[in-house]
Design a protein around this ligand. Structure first.
Ligand SMILES: [Zn+2]
Ligand SMILES: [Zn+2]
Length: 248
């Protein structure tokens, strides 16, 4: 009886709420997918990418597979990857996850990240998100990076510690310039005291929704290294890149 009712309820829900595109309101026939227009407007990062920040490399990347920006200002983490570019439908999905109370998006987005960061995930001893300050957590209700990290770890069978890192103080994302951002982030993070023993000798995979300048991830990586981490990698859902440098 209960089974019948549950099955019936499932059918009713499917009828009332047909699967929606992750990036717009169009109905799609594929559950947890994109409509054809948004699919065409999503720039998945495939092929050669910077092994530090995940930005697609065009033209002669050289033997190092590191983009110009990472060569000039090496980030504090070892290896990094991102699933898609922060542009078009990719940008809309990031914003919907961040501000739109769309926890239903976590599973499919994490699946794209897992593909982009296969090696990083497989070699991670601990998966941890970039933390939100608690004041932002109150207004947003959830930390989108923590939700992505949880899903990634669960699907890959890697341990996740959602509160490994804590913000010491709120940072202003508006402070200008690379140096300003770096100074703003220095000392902004700490290992949560109850997890102090979890980091030494471990390879930590940091998870964030968007990778922009990398200042936040670098500050987190510095904090983990100071606590004895053997290695720190970074996996983002979306990478911000200048469109004119990518020929989009
Ligand atoms: Zn769509
Ligand atoms: Zn790079």
């Amino acid at each position: 009886m209960l089974h019948t009712l549950t099955a019936l309820a499932g059918r009713v829900v499917d009828t009332v709420y047909p699967p929606r595109c992750l990036a717009c309101t169009a109905a799609t026939d594929a559950a947890r997918g994109l409509c054809p227009a948004c699919w065409a407007d999503t720039h998945f990062i495939a092929g050669t990418a910077c092994r530090k920040c995940g930005v697609p490399l065009v033209g002669d990347a050289g033997a190092e597979d590191v983009c110009e920006s990472c060569a000039r200002h090496p980030p504090a983490w070892d290896r990094g990857a991102a699933a898609l570019l922060y542009a078009g439908a990719g940008r809309r999905m990031v914003l919907a996850l961040k501000h739109g109370d769309r926890l239903d998006m976590v599973r499919p987005l994490a699946a794209w990240m897992a593909r982009a960061g296969r090696t990083l995930l497989a070699e991670a001893d601990v998966v941890a998100p970039v933390p939100l300050h608690w004041r932002r957590l109150v207004t947003r209700r959830y930390n989108q990076s923590a939700e992505l990290a949880r899903r990634l770890g669960r699907d890959a069978g890697r341990p996740v510690v959602p509160d490994l890192l804590a913000r010491r103080r709120a940072t202003s994302p508006q402070s200008g310039g690379r140096d300003g951002r770096a100074a703003n982030q220095a000392g902004a993070f700490a290992i949560a005291p109850r997890h102090a023993g979890l980091v030494a000798g471990k390879r930590v995979l940091l998870v964030d929704d968007v990778l922009t300048s990398g200042a936040t991830l670098s500050a987190c990586a510095d904090t983990l290294r100071a606590a004895g981490a053997a290695g720190v990698d970074a996996l983002a859902l979306a990478r911000v890149a200048f469109e004119d440098s990518l020929g989009l």
